[in-house]
Design a protein around this ligand. Structure first.
Ligand SMILES: Cc1ncc(COP(=O)(O)O)c(C=O)c1O
Length: 346
């Protein structure tokens, strides 16, 4: 019976919302956010995992191994719980608490690996070891990248197709946060045949695609990653060369943004748009601001930023934003006076 099953938790068809206050602040007229953060486990990775688990069930697999910076693991753990698949997830040493808790709460076996996701040599070694093990033991290796799981990644291409359905045929600039490059590749493929420029946005501390694009060559060089932006620390070529190929074909540009700019954009989304994003989910906005400042996007151009993950994933970054607005503990008898003095009269 499982053979016929399509695994789903209702992922995809996420909202495209128009910027309300930020557009005005930035002096632009048509800025949109694609809220991938509203997927069931809180990130776009649900699109990948739904397709991947469907294929796994069809093949009769009951266990898998995976690598993850956090969100693949969270999505995998949720769908594995639902479809009774055992999973072991190798995660970056510095994966944020929200993502780790999510995986563990669903019952996944989580293994944090020293240096994974920061050191290119360690990261490559772990991939090699797991690929060998998976082959030898006949279990699927789940990695959200075309290099390892092309069938699952095809599920992410719907994101690009949705953008066109939701925004209409007029070309929009699309800004995509890039770690390994799989999400970028999927988005660009979903938009194939359009004339939409799809831009790469990476943190300064992990420039793979962006460095090659700037040099004007096609070689992705490994880096020693220093970024703190979870999800975007992928120090060597997994899908980066594939992403670069699509970037050169669709006429997009590549932008480098500092971690501080990303955190600032996260706070802007919170305060001005009501959008609850993890730092990686605010990175596209940081790239959009750069593009505007550099004149690569004009104030009247329509543009879409992918908000790829929810704020619950990274409570530490949310706590920084919240610290500007402490709560108040009061006896009930003082409520009336407090509210009149501090809130209602403002
Ligand atoms: C929230 C979020 N945004 C963007 C990305 C980048 O995707 P990719 O590694 O496919 O470039 C990730 C990857 O983990 C992510 O978790």
């Amino acid at each position: 019976m499982l053979m016929e099953m399509t695994a789903t938790l209702g992922e995809g068809r996420t909202p495209l919302v128009r910027s309300h206050r930020l557009a005005r602040e930035l002096g632009v007229s048509r800025l949109y956010f694609k809220l991938e953060s509203t997927n069931p486990s809180g990130s776009y990775k649900d699109r990948f995992i739904a397709t991947e688990i469907t294929a796994m069930l069809a093949a009769g697999a009951r266990a898998c191994v995976a690598t993850s910076s956090g969100n693949t693991g969270s999505a995998l753990a949720a769908y594995c719980a639902r479809y009774q698949v055992r999973c072991a997830i190798m995660v970056n040493e510095a994966a944020p608490e929200g993502k780790l808790l999510q995986m563990r709460a669903h019952g996944a076996r989580v293994i944090r690996v020293k240096g994974f996701g920061a050191d290119a040599a360690v990261t490559e070694d772990v991939f090699r070891l797991l690929a060998e093990l998976a082959r030898a033991d006949g279990v699927p290796l789940v990695v959200s990248a075309y290099r390892h799981c092309p069938a699952g990644m095809a599920g992410v291409e719907a994101l690009g197709r949705e953008l066109r359905e939701q925004a209409g045929p007029e070309p929009h600039h699309v800004f995509v946060p890039v770690g390994g490059g799989g999400l970028y590749t999927a988005t660009a493929r979903g938009l194939a045949g359009s004339r939409w420029p799809v831009h790469v946005v990476q943190p300064e501390g992990c420039l793979t695609v962006t460095a090659a694009w700037r040099r004007g060559d096609r070689e992705i060089r490994p880096v020693q990653s220093t970024t703190r932006i979870s999800g975007l620390s992928v120090p060597f070529d997994i899908d980066a060369s594939l992403a670069l190929k699509h970037l050169l074909a669709n006429g997009g540009a590549a932008f480098a943004v500092s971690d501080e700019e990303v955190y600032e954009c996260q706070r802007l989304l919170l305060a001005l748009e009501g959008i609850f994003a993890e730092p990686a989910g605010a990175t596209a906005l940081a790239g959009f601001r750069r593009a505007l400042a550099e004149g690569r996007v004009q104030p009247g151009d329509p543009a879409i930023c992918l908000v790829t993950g929810t704020g619950f994933k990274d409570p530490v970054s949310i706590a920084v934003a919240a610290s500007a607005h402490p709560d108040t503990l009061l006896p009930a008898a003082e409520l009336r006076g407090f509210l009149r003095a501090e809130v209602l009269s403002c």
